[in-house]
Design a protein around this ligand. Structure first.
Ligand code: BG6
Length: 467
């Protein structure tokens, strides 16, 4: 057997990338509603060219979509709850009942088909009002507001949801302070002091959510979620090895705190050398001791790094900075390097370090797809490139399992096509299900099964034996 019997196969989405209905049923604006071009542009108000405002109309079609996930045999479905559907500005005394009811329906639909919901509490969609009023996570008051929101979710869904994730890709705040941390200060002007204080606030908020989850839902499993920025040295030059060690710590620091309950030893030097003096209260230290039950992460690609900035070719990856191409890796249409073995390596590195169950909650290939008519008049997408990518990655997951790594499950990113995060376009598709919608927002929104739909269905049905 390549995969454990109870392996959780499934897919993942995020509210802001699929729901649409950005101002329906009392929803407040989120930071995504002013990001029409992904990372590249922040507008004052929502603009018509922002595809996320309508998304793939999942808000009105989720039953059809979950039925398709069921047809593939999903055991788990990861989705996020839009904070601003529950607390439109983040500060209301009472939650928005219509928002809560919507997620009741989504969860009930999953449970009806025996799909385990895996809820991301915050997936790059902080209420915009909190960015404008407090500069997002730079302000300590966000902790209490987030914990209040968590309490509402836990009390409402505690009987239905076992798996929770506190923050999507919490470490991405280093690269994208607005999208990840709702911090309006432009990245170039943001001091390391303010950035790391915001990070500290998120880490405390996450730990307090873990504490609350354990109190209110003793059966629940609550995890952290890390953007796995897997880095190899560009050359065997010891300078490059040390460079990689330092860069890796930008990722590890977040998981180290959430898994071990305190800042790692190397943080002291990072703080000293960058003139960072964190305000850490005694209560914060106590709170941080509430450690996660599992470590989840996204993995799309690996990169190289060099101590010499003039060496190597820069990568096209837009989630990270200063990384170099690996001459041994292929590259996606969007410049993301493809490295299936990097996933085995990443799983082993995390497991060696933490000995906690791991969950791969994002992986997949963003590609341009073409909808074609078949002989019988039905439509499909011949996405062999996606099948190849996922097949190669899943084989490496099975290798990691043989290595002894405890992997809880795998949720393919964007299991249904949705608006991309970094570029806010439809053209970059990840799904097993094609959605008829283009970059201009034109299309019927109709859903079509791609070739990968049946492929994944078979992978799940055979518990990975078909790989
Ligand atoms: C992850 C995010 O970083 O990458 C997702 O958690 C995102 O929200 C995914 O969609 C892929 O990135 P992109 O830019 O191709 O959508």
């Amino acid at each position: 057997m390549r995969f454990p019997e109870k392996f959780l196969w499934g897919g993942a989405t995020a509210a802001n990338q699929c729901e649409g209905a950005y101002n329906e049923d009392g929803k407040g604006l989120s930071i995504q509603d002013v990001l029409p071009k992904g990372f590249k542009l922040i507008t004052d108000e929502p603009t018509a060219d922002n595809l996320k405002l309508k998304g793939i109309d999942y808000y009105h079609r989720f039953k059809e979509d979950i039925r398709l996930f069921t047809e593939m045999g999903f055991k788990v479905y990861r989705f996020s709850i839009a904070w601003s559907r529950i607390y439109p500005t983040g500060e209301e005394e009472q939650p928005n009942e219509a928002g809560l009811r919507f997620y009741d329906e989504v969860i009930d639909e999953c449970l009806k088909y025996g799909i385990e919901p895996l809820v991301t509490i915050s997936h790059y969609e902080t209420p915009l009002a909190l960015a404008k009023k407090y500069n997002g996570w730079a302000d300590r008051r966000l902790i209490d507001l987030y914990v209040k929101y968590c309490r509402t979710l836990f009390e409402r869904y505690k009987k239905k949801v076992k798996y929770w994730i506190t923050f999507n890709e919490i470490n991405s705040i280093i690269h994208q302070p607005f999208m990840s941390g709702a911090i309006l200060t432009p990245k170039e002007q943001l001091t390391q002091q303010d950035l790391y204080q915001a990070i500290h606030h998120e880490l405390v908020a996450s730990a307090r959510a873990v504490k609350l989850a354990h109190e209110l839902m003793p059966q629940a499993m609550i995890g952290c979620m890390i953007l796995a920025v897997t880095i190899y040295p560009l050359t065997p030059n010891p300078d490059d090895i040390i460079e990689v060690m330092k860069l890796e710590r930008n990722t590890y620091l977040f998981a180290d705190v959430q898994v071990r309950g305190e800042y790692p030893a190397y943080a002291k030097r990072i703080f000293e050398e960058n003139n960072i003096h964190l305000n850490i209260t005694n209560q914060d230290k106590e709170d941080l001791k509430n450690v996660v039950d599992f470590v989840s992460f996204s993995y799309y690609s690996s990169n190289c790094a060099s101590a010499d900035p003039t060496k190597g070719e820069p990568t096209g990856s837009n989630m990270t900075t200063n990384l170099k191409r690996n001459p041994y890796s292929k590259v996606s249409e969007w410049g993301w390097q493809i490295d299936p073995q990097g996933l085995r390596y990443t799983l082993n590195r995390f497991y060696d370090r933490y000995q906690k169950p791991l969950f791969i909650v994002e992986n997949g290939l963003g590609a341009t797809d073409e909808l074609i008519m078949q002989a019988d008049g039905s439509y499909t997408v011949e996405d062999d490139y996606r099948i190849q990518y996922m097949n190669d990655h899943l084989i490496q997951v099975s290798e990691a399992i043989k290595d002894g790594v405890d992997v809880l499950g795998y949720t393919a990113w964007g299991c249904i096509d949705l608006v991309s995060c970094s570029t806010a376009e439809m053209k970059k598709r990840y799904g097993f299900i094609y959605v008829d919608l283009d970059n201009d927002g034109i299309g019927s929104m109709q859903r079509y099964k791609k070739k990968s739909f049946d492929w994944y269905k078979n992978v799940i049905a055979t518990n990975g034996e078909s790989l």
